[in-house]
Design a binder for this molecule. Structure first.
Ligand SMILES: [Zn+2]
Length: 124
């Protein structure tokens, strides 16, 4: 069975929320999506950053200093999406597979299950 997005939306928490054909709903934070851009420019940039000594400070451009947003998402064929970011970068092609891999499950179950562990009390 092919899995493909059936719904795309932006959440208030700056995530791209994708509803998948198998019923899963996964969120991808904008920053994570931007960082995973698979285009040649970003790959080169990442290589350069890895080579730079950790002590040097990176200088943010004006576009990088404002909160990131997704300006547009356009399907390319039926295998990928072209994502345009608010910083003007729009050459990344995100395959369906990549988007699925980046998605984080939205937490719907309360994590403090310790409070719901049944207690045993003696009636004496
Ligand atoms: Zn890129």
């Amino acid at each position: 069975m092919e899995i493909y997005p059936v719904g795309l939306e932006k959440t208030d928490s700056r995530c791209l929320r994708i509803t998948w054909s198998d019923g899963q709903i996964l969120d991808i934070p904008f920053g994570k999506l931007r960082g995973a851009c698979p285009c040649a420019t970003c790959k080169e940039k990442k290589k350069g950053e890895a080579a730079r000594p950790k002590s040097s400070l990176s200088i943010l451009s004006a576009a990088e200093a404002v909160p990131l947003d997704i300006a547009q998402m356009r399907p390319v064929g039926n295998y990928a999406y072209n994502v345009a970011f608010s910083d003007g970068h729009s050459s990344g092609l995100f395959t369906i597979e990549l988007l699925r891999g980046l998605g984080e499950a939205t937490v719907t179950v309360a994590s403090d299950s310790a409070n719901s562990v049944p207690e045993m009390r003696s009636n004496t």
